[in-house]
Design a protein around this ligand. Structure first.
Ligand code: MF3
Ligand code: CO
Length: 246
């Protein structure tokens, strides 16, 4: 993983800000009755408006621009003609390329009428991501970040997905180091100032077990429990990281 130059950091800061605006717009458009494909279209239109490239489109053959994962879909949900319904838990995961550099971010929320148990669950999924993000600073190891993410999750209630991880990010979407949402302190690759990382929490309301559908992308919970996903791209510093996708 490459240490980013001042110029690269400037580009990723600008790109990250654009991604944040696009994701906020998409969240606003995620209303009862809208189809996933309509949201995918909105994502593509917004990329045109901001002159950025949708990063996921054709990535390893991925067919769309947006990943939209509803209810028991954990990640990599392919947009379909499904209409968003009241109380659906929706995860929007979007990435762009700006000046050749990738930015990646995801958020989850419940549409319309909310349940307290889901609100509490999503707050923990977000807290796990933020906890990992705060732990990511010069001189720590990957395991310190993973441990911080794991430590806020009551694993007797919720399942941390083991098969998917956060990752380094830069001129490629996925780079070293890979950052699990669970782990042991002081283990793994050394984290250095100037690295850019996508820190992501993927947690299920029930068991941690997941299955992949025959489309080769969609990951669902095996027990059909709800799943949540939060992700930010950050720049590692000597202290708290700079969140780029904000
Ligand atoms: N944000 C996702 C990740 O980091 C990217 C989705 S994979 C894609 O794994 F193919 F849809 F791009
Ligand atoms: Co990612």
């Amino acid at each position: 993983m490459k240490i980013k130059s001042d110029e690269e950091i400037e580009h990723m800061t600008k790109g990250g800000h654009i991604l944040k605006i696009i994701l906020d717009n998409l969240k606003n458009e995620t209303k009862i009755g809208v189809t996933e494909l309509e949201l995918d279209n909105v994502a593509r239109e917004l990329c045109k408006r901001y002159k950025v490239i949708p990063a996921f489109l054709k990535y390893k053959g991925y067919p769309n621009s947006l990943c939209i994962s509803v209810n028991d879909t954990v990640v990599h949900g392919i947009p379909s003609s499904y209409k968003i319904a009241n109380s659906d838990v929706v995860s929007l995961d979007f990435g762009i390329i700006y000046k050749g550099l990738y930015l990646d971010s995801a958020t989850s929320f419940q549409v319309g009428d909310k349940n307290d148990s889901i609100t509490q669950f999503l707050a923990i999924v977000k807290k796990s991501m933020l906890s990992g993000l705060k732990a990511a600073r010069d001189g720590v190891r990957v395991g310190d970040i993973s441990y911080a993410m794991e430590s806020v999750v009551d694993q007797s209630k919720y399942g941390i997905v083991k098969e998917l991880t956060g990752h380094g990010i830069g001129y490629r979407l996925h780079e070293d180091p890979f950052i699990p949402g669970y782990g042991n302190k002081k283990e793994g690759m050394l984290i250095k100032k100037g690295m850019t990382l996508a820190i992501e929490s993927m947690i299920n309301f029930g068991s941690d077990e997941v299955i992949m559908l025959s489309d080769g992308w969609t990951i669902k919970t095996k027990d059909h429990s709800i799943s949540g996903h939060f992700e930010h791209t950050i720049l590692v510093t000597d202290s708290n990281p700079k969140i780029l996708t904000i």
